[in-house]
Structures are given as structure tokens and as C-alpha cells.
Design a protein around this ligand. Structure first.
Ligand SMILES: [Fe+2]
Length: 360
């Protein structure tokens, strides 16, 4: 059965990396391509908020410029880790070793794997089952091609990968690379075949190799860190999942806010400060307030930050959990580090039948 894709393109500004989330809207099964370690919480929040079940995290290749988020994603969701089989025993942690002709299934949809070596030995491109999209990693970039001067790179090999495996796709097939450094987000096969200054137009193999051998690029800054970590599929050297907070199960939303569940707050009231940022008149008999809450309306918070004690984690609360989210931003700007917004505010607190005190 064919269904349109859920599709998101995400960007890491530090490494200029694109991450792609694809899902089947019927089964909600998803794959994510080329995650970035530091963006794990963002990507994971998006998956959760869209109600998706991540089945596989894929890398187009062993990256040299950032650490993959694959291992973190597997720890969080139990998904499989897919990468090229051609890296051999050097690559640890992947449980789905891929090669040319394999398919990666998510729900009723799948990606076809095409081997596109040249930038590295194990570079693959992922083609959507309808051939409308190709995720080219660092093989074919927008108006460029991945460097071939380290990590088993070979420009002649890359020439054949691009011309035979990628330029053979339909002209209107959209090209989504792993990086762009100039704000471009996508291209198409037809467009690159004509306009790519390294391999488009009438460039032959000798032209391409001559170009690629004279790029004179600096060595990637992240190489010494990224390569060993990526050969462990992004598992940190200490094997530990970094924690967002040492005091409670704080999560980060896709909006970038720190959030905590009301049930946890109810069970740990003595360990935290509940900061209620509703207007005074709003803390009424109907919704009441949480026992021990400090009332400090949002519009006065910035001026009265000194009144908020810093000896305990601060949980911000409001009517529905929106203004209290903004309160965490103000607190953070004021130097608070242990803080979280209580999800759903007093409305959810009531829905969950958690205890309230009437306003005095
Ligand atoms: Fe790369």
C-alpha cells in the first residue's frame, strides 16, 4: 500500500548537517537519516510529538565532521542502527549492515540502498520507494561533491557513483544531501546533472578528478573526535547516556523547553520549589494552587528574580503550561540551571486529580 510520507528536514548549525525524518502516516513507523549527537533531544522530541515509532536510524556514511546520534536514538527508542557493511569490523554498534540493493522498510514504505562510494568506502545513498527523493550523504552535494582526500576517498570511484547511481534517477528526483554550507536545502537530479560545477554539464571523469584533487581543503576540525566515536555508532567513550538533569526526569520539547510531568512533581513536592506564574486574581478557588507554591506573576518575574530561592530545582506552573514555559526562559536568562516547566499546567494537574489547595 502506498501512502504519502511524513517528511521533516532538520539542521545542525554547528556542523551544517541535515537530518531527515521520514515516516509512513498510516503505521506511524519512521526512519531517521544522519542524526547529530548534540541534536538528539530535539530529534527525539519531534518523533514523540508527531506520535511516531522510530524503527531505524540510518547513517549515509561514517562522518568525520560530527558525531552521529544513532546510539543515543537506539538507547531512547530501541530502534535499529543501519550503516554500510563495507566498513567491516571497524564499525561497531550497528545491527543492520547494509549494501547495494538492500531495502529499509518503515510501515508500508521503504528506502532502497544504493552504494555510492568515493567520499568513503562505505557511503550509501537512500532512495525513496517512489524515486521522488534521494538522500545522498556526502556523495553528491548541492552544486558540489564530497571531498575524496581522506578516509579511503577516491575521486574516480565517486565519479562513477554519482554518474551511474545518482544521475540515473529521474530528473525530478529531489536531492537531499548531508550538508550544505550556503543555506541551500535541496536540489534535483536534473538540476545537478546540468549545473553541478564539479560533475555536471559535460564534465568527464578526468575533469572531475582534476577538480577534486585540487580542492586544497583544511583537515576537518572534528576528525579526531568524530571518527572514533562514529566507529562506535556514536556511543560515548564512557558508555553513558548524558542526562539532561541530575535531579529529575526532565525532557526537552521540540520547542526547546525543559519539561517535567505533573505526577513526578506531586511525588517530589518537598524537594522542589513550585513557582506559580499566573496572575494573582487567576489563582482562584476553582483551580487553586499546588501546596507550598510561590506565586509570582510572569509579568513581574524578571524584576523579582531575587525572590526565587536557588537552593532547589524550580518547577514553573501556570494555567495551561504555556506562560510557565516562558518563565523557564526568563529563569534561565537569570542564571537558574535547575528548572523545568510542569507539563499541562494546573489544567492537567486537575485532570490527573492531584491535590490542590484553594487560594487564600
Ligand atoms: Fe562525510
Amino acid at each position: 500500500m502506498y501512502s504519502e510520507l511524513i517528511f521533516r528536514q532538520l539542521f545542525d548549525a554547528t556542523s551544517s548537517t541535515y537530518t531527515y525524518l521520514l515516516a509512513d502516516p498510516i503505521t506511524r513507523q519512521a526512519v531517521i537519516i544522519d542524526t547529530v549527537f548534540e541534536q538528539h533531544l530535539r530529534d527525539r522530541a519531534l518523533i514523540e510529538e508527531l506520535g511516531l515509532e522510530l524503527v531505524t536510524t540510518l547513517d549515509t556514511h561514517c562522518h568525520a565532521d560530527h558525531v552521529t546520534g544513532a546510539w543515543l536514538m537506539q538507547q531512547a527508542t530501541g530502534c535499529r542502527i543501519g550503516v554500510s557493511r563495507r566498513y567491516g569490523a571497524a564499525m561497531q554498534g550497528a545491527d543492520m549492515l547494509l549494501d547495494h540493493g538492500d531495502i529499509v522498510v518503515f510501515g508500508h514504505r521503504h528506502l532502497d540502498v544504493r552504494a555510492t562510494p568515493g567520499h568513503t568506502d562505505g557511503c550509501v545513498s537512500y532512495v525513496s520507494d517512489d524515486r521522488r527523493m534521494v538522500f545522498t550523504g556526502d556523495a553528491l552535494l548541492i552544486r558540489g561533491a564530497g571531498r575524496c582526500d581522506f578516509q579511503q576517498g577516491h575521486a574516480g570511484t565517486l565519479y562513477h557513483s554519482i554518474t551511474e547511481q545518482l544521475f540515473s534517477l529521474p530528473d525530478d528526483c529531489l536531492v537531499f544531501p548531508a550538508h550544505d554550507y550556503s543555506g541551500r536545502t535541496m536540489s534535483s537530479v536534473g538540476e545537478e546533472r546540468v549545473h553541478n560545477p564539479r560533475i555536471g554539464g559535460h564534465a568527464d571523469e578526468r575533469d572531475f578528478v582534476g577538480f577534486m584533487e585540487n580542492l586544497n581543503l583544511p583537515h576537518p576540525k572534528q576528525l579526531a573526535v568524530a571518527l572514533p566515536a562514529n566507529l562506535r555508532s556514536g556511543q560515548p567513550a564512557d558508555g553513558q547516556v548524558p542526562r539532561l538533569a541530575d535531579w529529575g526526569p526532565v525532557r526537552q520539547t521540540y520547542a526547546g523547553l525543559l519539561e517535567i510531568e505533573p505526577e513526578w512533581v506531586a511525588e517530589h513536592l518537598s524537594e522542589v520549589l513550585v513557582l506559580d506564574v499566573r496572575q494573582e486574581g487567576e489563582v482562584d478557588a476553582r483551580l487553586g494552587h499546588i501546596q507550598g507554591a510561590q506565586i509570582l506573576p510572569l509579568n513581574t518575574l524578571k524584576a523579582r528574580l531575587a525572590e526565587v530561592p536557588q537552593d532547589r530545582p524550580v518547577i514553573t506552573v501556570c494555567h495551561a503550561g504555556m506562560r510557565s514555559g516562558q518563565a523557564t526562559v526568563i529563569l534561565r536568562q537569570g542564571g537558574f540551571t535547575r528548572l523545568a516547566n510542569m507539563r499541562g499546567g494546573m489544567l492537567l494537574w486537575h485532570e490527573l486529580d492531584l491535590p490542590v489547595e484553594a487560594a487564600s
